[in-house]
Write a protein that binds this ligand. Structure first.
Ligand code: GTP
Ligand code: MG
Length: 402
């Protein structure tokens, strides 16, 4: 293994040097900004220092053949990994230093939480009573299909309603025919999942897209995937603005990531500066706004977010939700974000075995689903949402043995 430190005016420059000297297999170990030159601390120039390493057996002395893409796929992955490492380091430092908030806020917070839970419980109870009163019973041969759907994560209420609808349209002779029943369920699910819509940038006007949602659901990672995909694969002019002022230490690394994929990154602290930053990027085709994760229980944080969005006026505001969150919590989140959300992005599909609850979520929110993410790898682990992919998540691809 050969490790070497490179210094340059900017990241693109320095990455170029690394590639020329160590070849495309070089791994970035660390990226940081340093001050060089100057006198008594004044007039020093900011430079970029990158420490890179290469396995001696892999080192290529000849420069790699240039392909159409200025940036290699692995560069994006490595740059984003470096950003994430920095962010995790920062989060750890922050939590080590964290002081417990004064008890007053804590009590209010818990009270409002309890109140919301109480309301939801009441709603659920009312629902169950109503269902017991009016729901027609399902014929015995079809009951196992309700079990199949609930095991996939679809709520009992929705599973029963799907099988009841199917019962209305199916001849009694077909109840035992698993292929016919499964195809019929699939048809219903596809129909419920038709509302999908991806981002379609225009050449003539910058499309401003904000990602919002609770903490840790994958907003920043998804923006990384989208920004890399649109700028490198689709060759679109992209800018990234982050309004997440809680991660000051990670911002430099995010900028580094942006530089590598050729996307400017701006950090804004106030709603006014968000508006100015968007105006500066009117020449782009796509402007992504990353926002800080917001707990739906925290009114002050929600109002801050709303203030940013009022000034930024994004064309699309995508509510990011993880499928690993349980349905009642997802619905609580949706209630808090519904006024500002235009689309849904569903994340962490790779982490859940019962993704059927997304059908409940899609039906209840009635928002178009834009993307599905299925892993931590930037830029690969993202798919445009389609009715077929959503259906696959809900009921699987193969007919089950019920
Ligand atoms: N398994 C899996 N992990 C993911 C996915 N998307 C994001 N993650 C991981 O989830 C964690 C949080 O991701 P972030 O992108 O920082 O989430 P965020 O919503 O920006 O978080 P905050 O800014 O703190 O609100 C990271 O470890 C990501 O790698 C996904 O589709 N699948
Ligand atoms: Mg984030």
């Amino acid at each position: 293994m050969r490790v070497k430190r490179f210094v340059g005016e900017n990241v693109t420059d320095t990455m170029g040097k690394i590639k020329r000297e160590l070849g495309p297999e070089a791994v970035i170990l660390q990226t940081r900004q340093i001050k060089e030159g100057g006198f008594l601390g004044f007039f020093a120039k900011t430079k970029v220092e990158i420490t890179a390493a290469v396995d001696d057996k892999l080192q290529v002395n000849n420069p790699p053949e240039e392909n159409n893409y200025a940036v290699k796929h692995d560069d994006i992955k490595r740059a984003y990994e470096a950003y994430r490492e920095k962010e995790i380091e920062f989060a750890k430092e922050k939590s080590d230093k964290e002081i417990v908030p004064p008890s007053e806020e804590k009590t209010t917070h818990t009270n409002s939480e309890l109140q919301e839970m109480h309301t939801i419980l009441k709603e659920i109870k009312g629902h169950i009573t109503r269902r017991e009163e009016v729901s027609p019973s399902v014929p015995e041969p079809l009951e196992k299909w309700i079990k199949f759907l609930t095991q996939r994560g679809v709520s009992k209420e929705l599973s029963t309603s799907i099988i009841n609808t199917l019962n209305d349209n199916l001849a009694e002779d077909d109840w035992q025919n698993h292929d016919i029943v499964f195809t019929s369920i699939k048809k219903q699910v596809i129909m419920a999942c038709t509302n999908t819509e991806i981002i379609r940038p225009k050449k003539t006007k910058a499309l401003v897209v904000a990602l919002v949602g609770p903490t840790g659901v994958g907003k920043t990672t998804t923006i990384g995937k989208l920004a890399a995909g649109f700028s490198i694969i689709e060759r679109r002019k992209v800018a990234l603005i982050t309004a997440d002022t809680y991660r000051v230490a990670a911002v430099e690394q995010l900028k580094t990531f942006g530089e590598i994929i050729g996307v400017p990154v701006e950090v804004v602290m106030t709603p006014d500066s968000l508006q100015e930053a968007i105006d500066r990027h009117r020449d782009k085709e796509l402007v992504f706004i990353d926002t800080a994760g917001r707990s739906p229980h925290h009114d002050l944080h929600m109002s801050e977010l709303e203030a940013f969005l009022e000034k930024g006026k994004p064309d699309l505001t995508m509510l990011v939700m993880s499928v690993t969150t349980n349905l009642p919590d997802q619905l609580l989140v949706f209630e808090r974000f519904r006024e500002i959300s235009t689309h849904l992005i569903l994340t962490k599909l790779d982490e859940s075995f019962s993704t059927g609850s997304l059908l409940d979520l899609i039906i209840k929110t009635n928002l178009p689903v834009a993307y599905l993410t299925n892993g931590q790898n930037v830029p690969d682990d993202i798919d445009a949402a389609t009715p077929e992919k959503l259906t696959h998540c809900v009921i699987g691809e193969e007919r089950p043995n019920v």
